[in-house]
Design a binder for this molecule. Sequence first.
Ligand SMILES: Nc1nc2c(c(=O)[nH]1)N[C@H]1C(S)=C(S)[C@@H](COP(=O)(O)O)O[C@H]1N2
Ligand SMILES: [Mo]
Length: 416
Amino acid sequence: MNYDEHLQATRRFFLQVVAGGAASGLLARTVRAGELPTDCAKACEDFLRKMEYLTPQAEFRNVSRGTPKPHDLSDEKKREVGLTPETWKLEVVSDPDNPADLGEEFTNEAGNAIDWKILMKLAEEHSVRFAKVITCNNIGRPLGMGIWEGVPLRKVIWMTRPKQNLRRVFYSGFHNDDPKQIFRSSLPIGRVLEDPFDLPPVILCYKLNGHLLTGERGAPVRMVVPETYGFKSVKWLNRLVLSNIPHANDTYADANNDVDSGMKTFAQSMLKPDAIKDGEPIPITGYAQVGVSGLAKVQTLILPQDKEWLASDPYFTKANWTDAHILPAPQTWGGDLPDGKLPSNIHQFNSESGKPDSWPLRLTMAHWATVLPGLPAGKYTFRCRTIDSKGQAQPMPRPFRKSGRNKIEAVEIEVT
Ligand SMILES: Nc1nc2c(c(=O)[nH]1)N[C@H]1C(S)=C(S)[C@@H](COP(=O)(O)O)O[C@H]1N2
Ligand SMILES: [Mo]
């Protein structure tokens, strides 16, 4: 999602709600919380039409380690170190400390490392595409929303003809040949060989929103793991290690991060009116990340600041939350897609109509809007939360910060 676009579109939404409201008497009548008056429904539609749902590659927030950062190297240096399609090489080896029993390894030394030609050959038959929001475990706001394309990682794993003693794969990217700069993630082999429930496969990714990856996004090839936080999706990928190690050994574990966490469902507001007058309905919009447990509802709560809430109820579960309106799938997708068109055959999209099978989609973003009833002058705290498709209210069932941020947001609202 392009945040500037979203903000602009949201501002238009407000203008229309307020202007339409004034003209049609919306301000005069009582709006029930969560209810979206007709004028607002229309404004929401316009809002959706104008909003870019997908994030252009260049507008993703960039989380890249390295000195220098691999994407800042000169073109010549990139060619030298294998960061262009023509020069890229992927080694696939057994872990010397916990060896997996493999029929074959692929290494630079033996001259048989996997290259771009081999990957593209696999892509001809096996390429897959899926929609996924990428979020850093430690940053609240998602970094960007994309359609990722690649070859299932297992296609390359099977090329090693593994026989036994293979429990985990760990992998890393170009790191300036400095062991201290290695950024490594890992997955249980079961997740790579088989896709639980209706998840898409873990992929060796080379395209985002219909274009080859840019340097910042991890060109020429990065891992993309559908259901996890950003650190599992290693950029500038050049090495896979097949191991019999029974536990995670990710670089990200070093900072107390919970490296086995699936993406969480949570909501945030994006825009509220700057000034709110006594008794005027209050339009608010925002987004939700749809985590592994899906999204059933977004709800909002507004409480006067001078009344303290029960200390025994930190998540406001006993409060009177009201449902917001989850906006339907966008009509235009944005994201700088070639010819503005979504690629064909996207996981969870109908292959004929090109439309999503359902909405919201797991592992993506959804947008929401609401109009709250007018309030007497005073200071208030606005909160929003999600209810996932299992009925669990944010931040449950996993409220710990180091497994991904999903704290209930609190925003001050003043009515004058
Ligand atoms: N090689 C490498 N891969 C990496 C990183 C890195 O520093 N080096 N950062 C990771 C982290 S912590 C995140 S959140 C995502 C960010 O992806 P983006 O920069 O494409 O938004 O990339 C991941 N992949
Ligand atoms: Mo991250």
